[in-house]
Ligand binder design. Structure first.
Ligand SMILES: Cc1cc2nc3c(=O)[nH]c(=O)nc-3n(C[C@H](O)[C@H](O)[C@H](O)COP(=O)(O)OP(=O)(O)OC[C@H]3O[C@@H](n4cnc5c(N)ncnc54)[C@H](O)[C@@H]3O)c2cc1C
Length: 310
């Protein structure tokens, strides 16, 4: 109920206009979003690098409405790669195909992603193609396997979601191709025909896919904050003699920062997904929906703030 309400709110532009003008909400957003500009994102990246953590920078926004908007997003990504390179920072970018124009024009989307991947390759960097709702899974994997991966090799990688029933097959396919995979649980609302409705099945699928990727994959990204799964990954890697350099843990900016730093201190590779840009409101609402306890954190801040002001 609460989750559905938050997801509904995430799609209301009027609410966004109100929230964006509200200083407190912006400060709360700052925990999960690096800021609105490329400068903000690169500053966050440098701070993470100082703690030995790398990052993937993500320009917020999806499903753009026209070619001009898609090209503008592409240009921000090109600028972001230039800035990461100029700062000699350890980071790359994550891109959504609908933000590159997939809904309106597949050719335009392909051209935009190719431009970003070419720039990334020039800098010996990397582009992760994020995975969106299941309506896009087949198309994303087709474009990845037929266009992007053959042309750019492991300068590009893809994301697979363990909540989808098809994912174990996709994991096997990506392993056979030697492609780089980020494994996550999946963040969208999906029907039971395509995704496991029960969390325990999603988690079990995650562990099966993760073991395959750790053992036979190409530098997989284990993207989760689930401490049981992370413990399982560490134990599995140790037992099978999989060196820490062969994979990385990935987490979201502002989520379980304690765990991010603890893993790094233990010697594991850690990458943080750093969202930035003006479209932070829907992203923030999805993070709240994922973990309603964050609302308590937000309300706690409001109370603290009002006490300080009074
Ligand atoms: C690096 C990265 C990239 C991602 N890319 C994609 C993508 O391309 N496509 C996609 O569909 N999804 C993506 N996701 C989101 C992912 O699918 C999940 O929705 C999200 O990570 C929560 O799942 P979890 O694995 O952390 O496990 P959960 O079982 O949801 O959570 C485990 C524990 O983590 C903590 N936690 C989880 N979320 C939060 C939060 N918001 N705030 C505070 N604590 C939290 C809680 O302690 C919770 O008990 C990505 C996630 C990460 C970390």
């Amino acid at each position: 109920m609460l989750r559905a309400g938050l997801l509904w709110l995430s799609e209301q532009p009027r609410v966004f206009a109100f929230v964006r003008g509200n200083g407190l909400a912006r400060r709360f957003a700052a925990r999960f979003v690096a800021g609105e500009t490329v400068d903000d994102a690169v500053a966050a990246l440098k701070l993470l690098n100082a703690a030995g953590i790398s990052a993937s920078l993500d320009l917020l926004g999806e499903a753009v409405s026209g070619a001009a908007e898609a090209r503008a997003a592409r240009d921000v990504y090109l600028q972001t790669l230039d800035r990461i390179h100029g700062a000699r920072a350890d980071g790359h970018v994550s891109v959504k195909l609908t933000q590159m124009g997939l809904d309106s024009d597949e050719g335009l989307c392909v051209d935009n992603v190719r431009a970003i991947a070419a720039r990334a390759r020039q800098y010996d960097s990397f582009v992760r193609i994020d995975m969106e709702g299941s309506a896009y899974t087949e198309m994303t994997l087709r474009l990845f396997t037929e266009r992007f991966h053959p042309e750019f090799g492991n300068a590009v990688g893809v994301v697979l979601q363990s909540y989808l029933r098809r994912t174990e097959r996709d994991v096997a396919d990506m392993i056979a191709r030697g492609a780089r995979v980020r494994l996550c649980k999946g963040a969208y609302k999906e029907p039971p025909e395509v995704a496991f409705p029960a969390k325990r099945d999603v988690d079990a699928s995650y562990v099966r896919c993760m073991e395959q990727l750790l053992e036979r994959g190409t530098y997989p990204g284990i993207a989760t904050h689930d401490v049981r799964i992370i413990a399982h990954a560490k134990a599995f890697a140790r037992r099978r003699g999989i060196a820490p350099a062969r994979f990385e843990f990935q987490m979201l900016y502002g989520v379980r920062r304690d765990l991010q730093h603890a893993l790094r201190r233990e010697g594991w590779n850690v990458r943080v997904y750093v969202p930035f840009g003006e479209q932070w409101y829907p992203y923030l609402m999805r993070r709240l929906a994922e973990r309603p306890a964050n609302i308590a954190f937000l309300l706690g801040n409001i109370v603290k703030e009002s006490v300080r002001l009074s």
